[in-house]
Design a protein around this ligand. Structure first.
Ligand code: AHR
Length: 526
């Protein structure tokens, strides 16, 4: 579809409405007058580096994320490379997946790594106590995960067990994976088929230890953190980034206590933020919703800066030089499970709304890139706000996947500060900014500007002044659809997919873009 054409039709529709006719736009939603936005993009300034790890991912032993979604086993008829689905690997490589967090989530604090090494037929079957008490065969363990990361070309991020494990178990795991010398554990790894040690930089000391990871107080966790982290050692040139467990959402007390007591022993501090509306007990469906739910979820995700700022405030107090990274190592939308997949698998569809939510959230991470050094969307395949859904041998890419694909140009790019005047998106007496924008300069000098129009019905005309950007042309891509809950299905996997965007022009130092409603746009200025 030519989206500038679609936009013109919407504008025409609006004029018809003014002329007195009852008009419905081509998308079935009432059309609105284009809203005006203004921006100054400072291409002559440096607003930090957008760490590629902000585009990180998370795969837990939960539902069909690991088993089915990634691991099908070497005997499967589904094309695989050493047991890993080839289609999924290729799709994740195409978005430059920078890191993958594993094995949980809640699962991490009940995971004992020795269960997942050695001959697969001798590995013990265990109950996954957090996620439906299903039996985990341990077919997917340490060697498989680290092989997966090598196939993906990404860095592993392992979450260790504080809740039900010991400091010795944790230190042994690190030695098993990373020690190059002649020790019993390194030799066990060799006997299990891996001669060279792996490089494992990111290591989480527990997960949600205020909840499923042990229901601890912050004081108790902070002291345990110091103890466990003491035994997490750097071996053979592998330098660990020890990650402390932070708050879920906004928890000022947890942040203050853990950071005060344990900051000297951490290289990163993690928080989680899920977008759930109206609440944990009464989540809404992932599709089949109206504008009320569209607006509410998108407005809700804009609370994430509050969670980031509270952690930042505490980190700034003890670490003004920003040595400690803030990792948002679980984030995304959380809906009611699909009726077709009841139980604990947290399988949900993924619509255009989730793409908008992803774009808004990634812009927020960019804005905090002096402290936010990693983020991990939950989760990679078949769980929560997934990149990929699978059904037997079939696979589809979700609208959220396409945002990660469009935005990969921001990875490791220099952030360019933007001053944006956005119009309001008002709905039933509440409001939020309708437009969000982020700009960066890639290593090859190309400037990219991403735009998110969260408004369900109104197009936005953006006029941006550029300083210090040498470009004479603009090209673009857009992700949008006719319906708010547009999504891809196994029968129609390409319903929501980026297409060319021709609604932007560049005239000297003035960039103009006419962004249709409910759209994510990526512009390339060169
Ligand atoms: O991502 C699903 C769950 O959400 C994780 O296991 C847990 O850490 C969080 O509560």
């Amino acid at each position: 579809m030519n989206f500038s054409f679609q936009n013109r039709r919407s504008l025409l529709g609006f004029r018809l409405l003014l002329a007195g006719g009852l008009w419905l736009s081509p998308v079935g939603l009432s059309a609105a007058e284009p809203l005006e936005a203004k921006a100054d993009i400072a291409g002559d300034q440096v607003g930090g580096t957008i760490d590629r790890h902000i585009y990180g991912h998370f795969a837990e032993h939960l539902g069909r994320c690991i088993y089915d979604g990634i691991w099908v086993g070497t005997d499967s008829t589904i094309p695989n490379t050493r047991g890993m689905r080839t289609d999924v690997i290729e799709a994740l490589r195409a978005i430059n997946i920078p890191n993958l967090r594993w094995p949980g989530g809640c699962f991490a604090d009940d995971y004992h790594w020795r269960d997942g090494i050695g001959p697969p037929d001798q590995r013990p079957k265990r109950i996954n106590i957090h996620w439906g008490q299903v039996i985990d065969t341990n077919a997917f363990g340490t060697h498989e995960f680290l092989d997966l990361c090598e196939q993906l070309g990404c860095e592993p991020y392992i979450a260790g067990n504080v809740g039900s494990g010991t400091p010795q178990e944790m230190r042994d795991w690190i030695e098993y994976m990373t020690f190059d010398g002649d020790s019993a554990l390194a030799n066990l790894r060799r006997r299990n088929g891996r001669d060279k040690p792996w490089r494992v930089r990111f290591f989480g000391v527990g997960n949600e230890n205020w909840g499923c990871g042990g229901n601890m107080t912050p004081e108790y966790y902070a002291d345990l953190y110091r103890r466990y982290a003491t035994f997490c050692r750097d071996f053979s040139g592998n330098r660990l980034v020890r990650v402390a467990c932070g708050a879920g959402g906004i928890d000022e007390n947890w942040n203050r206590v853990v950071i005060d007591r344990a900051h000297a022993h951490m290289q990163a501090y993690s928080i989680h933020f899920y977008t759930v509306w109206p609440g944990w007990r009464d989540k809404t469906p992932a599709t089949g919703f109206g504008e009320r739910e569209w607006f509410a979820m998108l407005r809700e995700c804009l609370n994430i800066p509050r969670a980031i700022s509270d952690a930042e405030k505490n980190l700034d107090r003890v670490d003004p030089r920003k040595r400690i990274g803030l990792f948002v190592d679980e984030w995304g939308s959380w809906y009611r499970v699909e009726p077709s997949h009841p139980g604990w698998g947290l399988y949900q569809q993924n619509s255009l709304r989730d793409a908008i939510l992803a774009g808004l959230t990634l812009h927020i991470f960019h804005d905090h890139c002096d402290r936010v050094k990693m983020a991990n969307i939950a989760q990679t395949v078949n769980v929560l706000q997934a990149m990929i859904l699978t059904e037997g041998e079939r696979m589809l890419l979700t609208p959220t996947y396409w945002v990660f694909e469009m935005y990969k140009v921001h990875q490791d790019a220099t952030r360019l500060p933007i001053v944006l005047e956005s119009p309001d998106y008002e709905f039933e007496g509440e409001d939020m900014p309708a437009l969000s924008a982020s700009a960066s300069r890639a290593k090859d000098g190309v400037v990219h500007v991403s735009l998110v129009n969260a408004h369900a019905t109104a197009p936005i005309k953006l006029t941006a002044k550029l300083a210090g950007v040498k470009a004479s042309a603009v090209a673009g891509r857009i992700l949008t659809a006719e319906n708010l809950d547009a999504h891809n299905t196994f029968d129609e996997p390409d319903r929501v997919k980026p297409t060319e965007f021709t609604g932007a022009t560049l005239d000297g130092d003035t960039l103009t873009a006419e962004v249709p409603p409910r759209a994510v746009v990526m512009l390339r200025l060169q």
